[in-house]
Structure formats: structure tokens, C-alpha cells
Design a protein around this ligand. Structure first.
Ligand code: DON
Length: 603
């Protein structure tokens, strides 16, 4: 793994995220690595040679002695920082950020989706909150059997919304400032508006067909019949009223009463089966965090119904057996080979065996038995890809993405890692008329039809079949990394559907196991394998042709895709400063709390 000095930090907060640069075409990796000027065009200052190629440009980052928040929009990150400035803790800031994302990042930020939160309190206690949506009580194996039954768009796609219940529960147990204070920035952003960024405008156009089908979405995203353009101010009075109700009454504002009725009406009108009782009965669940160790690091993440903790545990255990010191070196084809072979084996288990542990018996102890994982690791051939067909499992296809991850950390060791989603971009595409928010299409995360791949190309087993009240298996992997003394080292997560666990793990390996500066670890090229389809996904233009050719020579099919994941992460430096880094693949940004910011560091 290429390392560089720990003082080589990214640009100060507020730096624009430079887009992919054509310079990349000539970037060489690993053994072929040449000094690479990795700075984006928008930065000023001397261009330092850099050993880690950054295909999408430089990660906007901040280094600070105060608290820090990183999320998918600058406004939402500032909303969190505002709570820290007001004396709030990491959970207060995370709640404010998540609610502000529901306003400023409608592609994935949400009130009517779900998510997972992993947190550490200042006394070192660890928490995992499951606010995953559930299948409506009337759902079952035949829900998607009829031709045309749609698990991505419209009413049938909607699982029971869970986000506000989850945020409320996290705040009830771990928050410090009043709930209404946490909602205040989001209300302000909805009422006063925010400037539509290019990324949102592009996604509205890309999804116009789906969005235009629903009156609420037409009204919000196509005012006067035209798609919202970059630079326009988006004011959302309906959403502001909904958020005001949430601030006053908590999650019951959404789960009971007139807004609940509006959700049910919209779902029913568009072919769904959600009921008022489903909404009223939804409960988030505290779970024991999943923990995996690797070279003295403790990786704390989400247990079932996320597959994230399982995959991280399995891949790391295999790598511990199959890799030598300093491996896997993700800057070399050989290192990527090792990593994806471990991923291939872990995902084969995921797709076959995992589901909601409260509804099906998952043989976790057997799957994660150290001897079994060691045997899986030992079965990796360092010189040759193992065809997925020779491992037990099924078939699959291609993917798309949209979810969002936020991170908060404070100098006293508090941390929140929170991934939230509507599932596909803009969820089920229907904005609830009068209430101003989109609904999820999380039903697609179930194995909705035997043998048919879902949005992320995953073909999953009986364990993840649609069952009334069940939580669909997820890939969301909010993570914390602790060092061998239990001190917080890294807070990290990503969207990206099935690619989330491998994305998060690559950043953990780079930043925590191999000491790359966090902004580099976030910006570096990423790879993915999920057993089926039997291919290594590689970001287009991110590695030179020779790198892909080397993977092919090892027996891999290489599939290029636009990008993989959008990581937001915070690292704790040995001197106690915090580095917040946003992924240059998106337009997210870090925000530091006001107190005691360190001088901006040179990249
Ligand atoms: O829970 C899951 O695994 C998916 N619903 C996550 C969706 C996602 O990450 C979409 N995009 N980036």
C-alpha cells in the first residue's frame, strides 16, 4: 500500500470538489507508480507531487481541534456544526444533519426512508441503532408476483418509513439539546430555501420520467413545467410545515394523524398496501454492534439486518490468512485481486444465507466460525481468479446508486456514523402531496422474485424473501474504527448499495491499517466484487489500461462503472486533531464547529 506523510493533508474546508481530471489517464499505479500531481484545478498554491492517484480530484477536507461534520451537502454539514456550536453533542449534530439532508439532498436524504446509526459516546460506550424500514403487514411472497408489480417506483415499492422514528430514538437515548433545537436548521432551510447545486439539477433531469409520473414530484421538482435548474432557490413550504410538526410532536407527527394519512393515501393511490397501522406500529431497534479485528484495529459496524458487519468481518478474516504484512496493497492489481477474492467469497454467503435475524434463522456462528473463514481465505489462489460458479450460489446483473452517509466526531471522543436511504435515487419517486417529502422504495432490497436480481444486481436467497413486518437485508455499513487501546481512530461510511461494504473497507484499510492520509484514502480508486455477477467493478478512467489488463490476466472479467460510493469520513490524528473528508465523487463538504479550529493545512 502506498503511504505518504501524515502531514500531507487536503485543502481547507470550503474547497470545491474538483471533478475527474483527464490527467488521470496517465496516472500509473502500484509498482508502476509515478509521482502524481493530485491537486484539483480549483485549488491554489504549489502543486505537490503525490504518490496516491486521485481519479476524481481532491477530497474537500478540514483539519480541526473542534468537532466536525461531513455530509452530502455543505448546508447539512453546517446544520450539524451549528448544533455543536450551540453545545450539542455528536448525536444532536447527526440528527440536525440528517434532517437537513432531507431538505437539501432529496435524492437520498429523507424523512420516509430508513437507516442505521453506529455511535460512540465520550465514555467509550458503543451503540448500533437499526431504523431499517419493514415490509407492510399485508406484504408477502406474492406481493411482487404479478407481472408489472414494481418494487422501485410507486406505492408497492414503499416499506414502512422509519427515519424519523430512528432519529428520535437516537436523540432520546443519546442526545443532549432539545429535539426541536435539532430540527431548527432543517426547518429554516426548507422555509427559506437553498440554492440548487448542479448535482441535484442533473439528477432531476436524469430521473425526469419517474418523477413526472407523480403530481407531488412534478410540483416540487418541475415548477412551471421545467426541471429545477442549478442556481435556482428551492423553497419547500410543505416540507417546512411537516418539519415544524416533527419538531413539535416528534415522530408521531409522521406516523399518526394527518401526515400519516397523507402518506397512506399517496401509497394507496399509486398501487401500494401500506396502512396507518403499519405506520403507527413501526419501532427502531438497538442492536449489539458487529465488531471485527484486523491488525490490532477494532472495526465497529452494523449487524444484521445489515450485511455490512458480516461482510467486513468475513473479508478481514480472510485477508488476515491470505495476505502478508502490508497487504492487501490496493494500489496494485495483485492487492486488488486478493481483496476482491475475499469479497467474492463473503458475498456468496451474504446472498445465500442472510436476512432479517428476527424473522429467519441465520446460521451466523457457523458462517463466521474462525476455522471456516480461515479456510475461505486459504482457498484464495493468489495467481488466479476463482470462478464464482465454482462457489455455491446464483445469478445477477448491473447497478445504480443513491443513499447518503454522514459522520460527526467531537474532540472528546464522541462519534456518529449514520447511513440513511430511500434506496434508489429519489426513492419511489413520489413526493407526498401536501407533506413535501419522497417515499422510499426499500421493498426492492428484499429478494422480491426468485432468481431476479435487484437494483444492485444482487440475487438473494430465501432468507431475504418478503415477509410481513420483516426488515429487508441491507448493505449499509456505518463504521467506526478504534485503535488497540480503544481510542477512536476513524468514522466512515458510504452509499452505493451492494458496493457499500467493500467501499467502506477499502477506506478503512487505506486510512487506518496502512496510514494513508484520509483525504487520499477517500479519493483513491475503488474496486468491487459481489460474487455475482462474476466481475470486478472498476471506476471508469480511474486506473490505467495496464492495471485492468493485469486483473484480466489474473482471470477476472473487468466491468467499468462511473464511480463507486461516496464516502464521508473523519479521522482522529495522533495529536487529537480531527480530519473531516468528503468524497470528490459527490458534492459533499465538511464543516467544523467554530471553537478552536487548527490552521488550515497545506495539501
Ligand atoms: O440498504 C441497502 O443496502 C440499500 N437500500 C442501499 C441503497 C444505496 O446505497 C443506494 N445508493 N447509493
Amino acid at each position: 500500500m502506498s503511504r505518504s506523510g501524515r502531514d500531507g493533508r487536503g485543502p481547507a474546508v470550503g474547497s470545491p470538489a474538483p471533478r475527474r481530471s483527464s490527467r488521470l489517464a496517465c496516472a500509473l499505479f502500484g509498482g508502476l507508480l509515478l509521482a502524481f500531481a493530485g491537486k484539483g484545478p480549483a485549488e491554489s498554491g504549489p502543486q505537490a507531487p503525490h504518490p496516491v492517484p486521485r481519479p476524481f480530484g481532491v477530497s474537500p477536507s478540514v483539519t480541526t481541534r473542534s468537532g466536525v461534520v461531513v455530509s452530502a451537502t455543505a448546508e447539512a454539514s453546517r446544520a450539524g456544526a451549528e448544533l455543536l456550536d450551540a453545545g450539542g453533542n455528536a448525536v444532536d449534530a447527526a440528527v440536525a444533519t440528517a434532517l437537513a439532508l432531507a431538505v437539501t439532498y432529496p435524492q437520498a436524504g429523507n424523512l420516509a426512508g430508513g437507516g442505521f446509526l453506529v455511535a460512540r459516546s465520550r465514555d467509550g460506550s458503543l451503540f448500533a441503532l437499526d431504523f431499517r424500514e419493514t415490509a407492510p403487514a399485508a406484504a408477502g411472497r406474492t406481493t411482487f408476483a404479478a407481472p408489472g408489480a414494481d418494487s422501485l417506483t410507486g406505492g408497492l415499492a414503499v416499506a414502512v418509513p422509519a427515519t424519523v422514528r430512528g432519529l428520535e430514538e437516537a436523540h432520546r437515548r443519546l442526545g443532549r439539546l432539545p429535539w426541536a433545537r435539532c430540527a431548527a436548521p432543517a426547518i429554516r432551510l426548507a422555509r427559506d430555501g437553498f440554492v440548487v447545486p448542479g448535482g441535484l439539477a442533473q439528477e432531476i433531469v436524469a430521473e425526469r420520467k419517474r418523477l413526472l409520473r407523480f403530481p407531488g414530484s412534478r410540483r416540487l421538482f418541475f415548477p412551471g413545467g421545467k426541471p429545477l435548474a442549478a442556481g435556482e432557490r428551492l423553497v419547500q413550504p410543505d416540507l417546512a410545515r411537516t418539519l415544524e410538526a416533527v419538531a413539535r410532536k416528534g415522530s408521531d407527527a409522521l406516523h399518526r394523524g394527518p401526515i400519516a394519512q397523507a402518506i397512506v393515501d399517496d401509497v394507496r393511490r399509486t398501487g401500494g398496501i401500506l396502512t396507518l397501522l403499519d405506520l403507527a406500529s413501526y419501532r427502531p431497534l438497538w442492536r449489539a454492534p458487529a465488531e471485527a479485528t484486523f491488525r490490532g484495529l477494532d472495526v465497529v459496524t452494523m449487524p444484521l439486518p445489515s450485511s455490512g458487519g458480516f461482510l467486513v468481518t468475513s473479508i478481514l478474516a480472510q485477508l488476515a490468512v491470505a495476505g502478508g504484512a502490508g497487504e492487501p496493497d490496493l494500489d496494485t492489481p495483485e492487492g486488488v485481486h486478493l481483496f476482491v477474492e475475499a469479497a467474492r467469497r463473503a458475498y456468496a454467503d451474504r446472498n445465500e444465507w442472510l436476512g432479517d435475524p428476527d424473522c429467519v434463522a441465520v446460521p451466523l456462528a457457523r458462517l463466521l466460525a474462525p476455522a471456516r473463514l480461515a479456510a475461505l481465505g486459504a482457498s484464495i489462489d493468489r495467481a488466479r481468479a476463482t470462478p464464482s460458479a465454482s462457489l455455491p450460489s446464483v445469478e445477477a446483473r448491473a447497478e445504480r446508486e443513491e443513499t447518503t452517509h454522514l459522520v460527526v466526531a467531537t474532540p472528546d471522543g464522541e462519534a456518529v456514523s449514520l447511513t440513511t436511504t430511500l434506496n434508489g435515487v429519489f426513492g419511489n419517486a413520489s413526493v407526498v402531496p401536501g407533506a413535501g417529502f419522497l417515499l422510499n422504495d426499500e421493498m426492492d432490497d428484499f429478494a422480491t422474485r426468485p432468481g431476479v436480481p435487484n437494483l444492485f444486481g444482487l440475487v438473494q436467497g430465501e432468507a431475504n424473501a418478503v415477509r410481513p413486518g420483516a426488515r429487508p437485508l441491507s448493505s449499509m455499513t456505518p463504521a467506526l474504527v478504534l485503535d488497540r487501546r480503544g481510542k477512536l481512530r476513524l468514522v466512515v461510511g458510504s452509499p452505493g448499495g451492494s458496493t457499500i461494504p467493500t467501499t467502506v473497507l477499502q477506506v478503512i484499510l487505506r486510512a487506518a491499517a496502512f496510514d494513508q492520509p484520509l483525504p487520499d484514502a477517500v479519493a483513491a480508486a475503488r474496486f468491487h466484487h459481489q460474487h455475482l455477477p462474476d466481475q470486478v467493478s472498476v471506476e471508469r478512467g480511474a486506473v490505467p489500461p495496464a492495471f485492468e489488463a493485469a486483473l484480466r490476466a489474473l482471470g477476472h472479467a473487468v466491468q467499468e462503472r462511473e464511480s463507486i460510493g461516496r464516502v464521508h469520513a473523519i479521522e482522529v490524528l495522533p495529536d487529537g486533531r480531527l480530519v473531516g473528508a468528503a468524497d470528490p465523487r459527490g458534492y459533499g463538504a465538511p464543516a467544523a464547529a467554530r471553537a478552536a479550529s487548527a490552521p488550515r493545512s497545506a495539501p
